[in-house]
Design a protein. Sequence first.
Length: 189
Amino acid sequence: MPDIALLGERTFLFEKLFEELGAECQFLQVSVLGSPFLPRYKMLVVPTGFANPQYSKALQSLTAAKSRIAEFIKGGGVLTIYGALVPEHNYDWLPLPLKYVCDYGPQKIRKQECEHRECACVTCTETPECDGYLVPGEGYQTVLTDSNGRPILAVGKYGNGIIVVTSIHEFPTVEYLRWALRKAKPSNL
């Protein structure tokens, strides 16, 4: 059974990351998201640009699979989402309210005290490139803010699982993936 599902095309860069981690990953085409024949996963990663039709066709599939995504998280899965890469995006397909605003550039990050501060290891630099900021709704804790005090990493607990949303425009670190896999339970997608 694969540990991680990555929504999108197979890429050599992600393969090297998962190889270093020692976790099994399955690349999911957006058309199969929500299929009843998928195995159980601990984690689903939605890469940067998922809402921008220039980069991805994922948004329609994410919207159609809204209830399955909520059940995946509720069952103990960890959902990790990167920036939408559109001017603004409301995450209507998530069970907790959230908004994204695009504003690309390097940021000096500030860590916030919260229950999920361990997931700040998603980046290994104090000045990551960010493609925007978040406006988290009820149910989220802000973990990292940018130099303007705007959230760039927010975590929401939903059922037995966790939603991690970031506008940091980098691959996740191996440390972050290990953290997420420790927190996660296998769940149906």
